[in-house]
Design a protein. Structure first.
Length: 247
């Protein structure tokens, strides 16, 4: 093991040993918010974001997934000082606390926690499907956002392929709408990686927005390729609505 690997292992071990204390600190901040200290919101968000980054850095994917979803809950406008909202926030903290035992037991199945996380998503952010919109152009993102918003969905936007793939590996979505070409990793490659994964979005429906006629392998099961033409708005509305039926 070289010097870099030793350093990384040391940092990883420190993260594991400090994780319970970090969770306690986060819980204190959430409780303080519930007591009326609403200025704690930014502190809570930064803390969750920091844990998410560390989880990703050290290979603790479920920590990253919990924090991704917790961030979505915080930014959705659902986080208030009301009792039910506080209960949801503390449930996210509780899931992170439960992760403490798994961090020190490599190879232990986290299936039960993954199920809890899915159920918490459904209850804490109910009634709306979630679409990941991947588009590098700000004007095109705005156009697609306006079209999709008419369906009453929650929209998460991303402008880079690698960041979108990270979200898809850790945060559940009901539909992906994406430009084919992106600055770093194109969407065909993103979908190929998803289909080979065992994450919750392995079979998520994908609508590709592109005028590129290059064939796409059938196994990627992309449900539609839409050109940006005069029919784009009604076509995207129709295909997204059909894909979300039954969700």
């Amino acid at each position: 093991m070289n010097e870099f690997d030793n350093l990384l292992k040391q940092l990883r071990d420190e993260f594991v040993s400090e994780f319970p204390e970090r969770c306690d600190t986060l819980e204190e901040s959430v409780l303080s918010f519930g007591d009326g200290h609403v200025d704690k919101f930014d502190e809570i968000y930064r803390f969750v974001h920091s844990l998410k980054g560390a989880g990703s850095q050290f290979g603790f994917s479920l920590v990253t997934s919990i924090c991704h979803q917790f961030e979505s809950f915080l930014s959705s406008g659902s986080f208030t000082t009301e009792q039910l909202s506080m209960s949801y926030a503390l449930s996210y903290v509780d899931l992170l606390k439960k992760m403490s035992d798994f961090l020190v037991q490599d190879g232990t199945s986290t299936h039960s926690l993954e199920h809890e996380l899915d159920e918490l998503r459904k209850s804490s952010m109910p009634g709306r499907a979630t679409i990941l919109l991947i588009e590098s152009s700000a004007s095109r993102r705005k156009l697609c956002q306006g079209i999709l918003a008419s369906l009453g969905v929650r929209i998460v936007m991303q402008d880079r392929g690698m960041l979108a793939l990270e979200q898809l590996l850790h945060q559940p979505f009901d539909l992906v709408v994406a430009a084919r070409e992106l600055p770093d990793l194109n969407t065909v490659a993103i979908v190929a990686a998803l289909r080979e994964s065992h994450c919750r979005n392995q079979h998520v429906p994908v609508i590709l927005v592109s005028s590129n006629a290059t064939p796409i392998p059938d196994y990627l099961t992309i449900i539609a390729v839409l050109a940006r033409d005069e029919h784009f708005i009604p076509n995207l509305t129709k295909m997204a609505s059909q894909a979300l039926k039954g969700k």
